[in-house]
Design a binder for this molecule. Structure first.
Ligand SMILES: NC(=O)c1ccc[n+]([C@@H]2O[C@H](COP(=O)([O-])OP(=O)(O)OC[C@H]3O[C@@H](n4cnc5c(N)ncnc54)[C@H](O)[C@@H]3O)[C@@H](O)[C@H]2O)c1
Length: 343
C-alpha cells in the first residue's frame, strides 16, 4: 500500500528551518510543498536548493489549501504570529522551542490551541527528547531503575557571541541581541529534559543573573535558577550565552535518585554498591551529541498520519517555556515566584 504523505510548508528559512526542510525531503511520510520567509532572497535560494516551487514571503502560505501542516522556524520572539495564523487556518503545527519569549504570548498560544480543532497535531520542538542518550535515561527513570529522583542539574553553556552578527537584512533588527533570554531560549532545553525524566511539574523558581560576558545582548546573559517540583524535587539550571568555551557534553546533566545516579550521561550507580547498572550500557554505546531533527520530524508526521499524540504536545512544551520565563521574572523580582499549572 502506498503511504499517504503529509503536505508540509516551512515558515522561517534560517539555519533551523532549512534543517527541518531537509528532513521532509528525506522522509517517506511527507512532501515539502511550500516555503516561506519574509526575506525573499532566502526563499528564492532555498527553493532552488530544495526543489520547491511554491515560494511565499508573507501570510499567503496560511491560505494555501495544499499545505496541511506548517513547521514554524522563526526567531524565539517571532513564533506567536505564524502559530496563531497556522492554527486559525486549520493546519497541523510543529513550532520551534521556546514556544515564545513572553508569558502572555505562551498563554495566548495555549488558549488558541485549546480552541482549535482537536484533530490538529501540535508539536513543540524540544528536540532533546529525541536524543538516544536522554531517551535511555528517561526509560530507566520511568522503569524505576533510578528510584525516587530527588535532585537534578544541567547547564546550557553555549558560546553564542557570533549571534551579534545576525542582523536581519529585511528589518535591520537582531532578535538575539534585542529579545533573547538565555534561560528561556537555552535553559528551557535542559529544564524540559528534567521535567520529562521526572514526569512531574515544577511549581516555583528562584534565580540570580548577571550581564558581564555578552554586553551586546539587551537581557542578562548569565542566569542560574533553582526550580522546585510539586513533590519537592530540586533542579538547578545554568544558562550562559557568553562563555569562552565550547558546549558542555550532554548539558552536564546529572540525575540523583534513591536507587541510581546519572552523571556525565554514562554512570548509573545501583543502590550502595556503585556498580554500573546494566540498563545503562545503551547510553554509552549510542552516543549522539547533536540534534536529531529526523526523529523529531518523524514523530510529528506519525502523529498526524495515525491521529496519535506527539511526544511534546502544546501544554508540555508550554510548561517548559513558561517555567523559564518565570525564572527570568524571579531574577528581576529578587524572590521566589510560583509557576502556574497548565493542566
Ligand atoms: N531545536 C533546536 O535545538 C534548535 C536549534 C537552533 C534553533 N532553534 C530555534 O529555531 C528558531 C529559528 O532559529 P534560527 O537560528 O534558524 O533563526 P534565524 O534568525 O536564522 O531564522 C529565522 C528566519 O525566520 C524569518 N522570519 C521571521 N519572522 C517571519 C515571519 N513572520 N514570516 C516569515 N519568515 C519570518 C527570518 O527572515 C529568518 O530568515 C528559533 O526559535 C531557535 O531558537 C532550535
Amino acid at each position: 500500500m502506498v503511504q499517504r504523505r503529509v503536505k508540509v510548508g516551512i515558515v522561517g528559512l534560517g539555519h533551523n528551518g532549512l534543517a527541518h526542510a531537509r528532513c521532509h525531503l528525506k522522509s517517506g511520510k511527507s512532501e515539502l510543498v511550500a516555503l516561506c520567509d519574509r526575506n525573499p532572497d532566502l526563499v528564492q535560494k532555498a527553493g532552488e536548493e530544495l526543489g520547491v516551487t511554491k515560494l511565499y514571503s508573507g501570510d499567503a502560505i496560511f491560505a494555501d489549501p495544499e499545505v496541511e501542516a506548517i513547521s514554524i522556524n522563526t526567531g524565539d520572539s517571532q513564533h506567536v504570529d505564524p502559530f496563531l495564523k497556522a492554527l486559525a487556518a486549520g493546519k497541523h503545527v510543529l513550532v520551534e522551542k521556546p514556544l515564545a519569549n513572553t508569558s502572555d504570548d505562551v498563554l495566548r498560544m495555549v488558549a488558541a490551541a485549546d480552541a482549535a480543532d482537536r484533530s490538529l497535531k501540535i508539536q513543540v520542538g524540544y528536540i532533546l527528547r529525541f536524543n538516544p542518550v536522554y531517551e535511555a535515561i528517561h526509560k530507566a527513570a520511568a522503569e524505576g531503575h533510578l528510584g525516587n529522583i530527588f535532585y537534578m542539574e544541567a547547564d546550557y553553556v553555549h558560546n553564542l557571541l557570533y549571534q551579534k552578527n545576525k542582523t536581519d537584512p529585511v528589518t535591520g533588527h537582531n532578535w538575539y541581541l534585542e529579545h533573547e533570554l538565555p534561560m528561556v531560549g537555552g535553559g528551557s532545553h535542559p529544564l524540559d529534559i528534567m521535567r520529562w525524566i521526572k514526569g512531574k511539574e515544577v511549581t516555583s523558581v528562584w534565580s540570580y543573573a548577571n550581564h558581564v560576558a555578552f554586553p551586546e545582548m539587551a537581557n542578562d546573559d548569565c542566569m542560574v535558577s533553582l526550580f522546585r517540583f510539586e513533590d519537592g524535587t530540586i533542579a538547578k539550571v545554568a544558562a550562559l550565552y557568553g562563555p569562552r568555551c565550547s558546549m558542555a557534553p550532554y548539558y552536564n546533566l546529572r540525575v540523583y535518585g534513591t536507587a541510581g545516579t546519572v552523571e556525565r550521561d554514562q554512570i548509573a550507580i545501583s543502590g550502595d554498591t556503585e556498580e554500573v547498572h546494566p540498563e545503562f550500557t545503551p547510553v554509552q554505546a549510542d552516543r549522539q551529541a547533536g540534534h536529531p531533527y529526523d526523529t523529531e520530524v518523524d514523530d510529528w508526521l506519525e502523529a498526524i498520519l495515525t491521529d496519535s499524540p506527539p511526544r511534546t504536545d502544546i501544554k508540555d512544551g508550554a510548561a517548559s517555556t513558561l517555567a523559564t520565563l518565570i525564572a527570568v521574572e524571579a531574577a528581576k523580582a529578587g524572590k521566589e515566584l510560583q509557576i502556574p499549572k497548565l493542566r
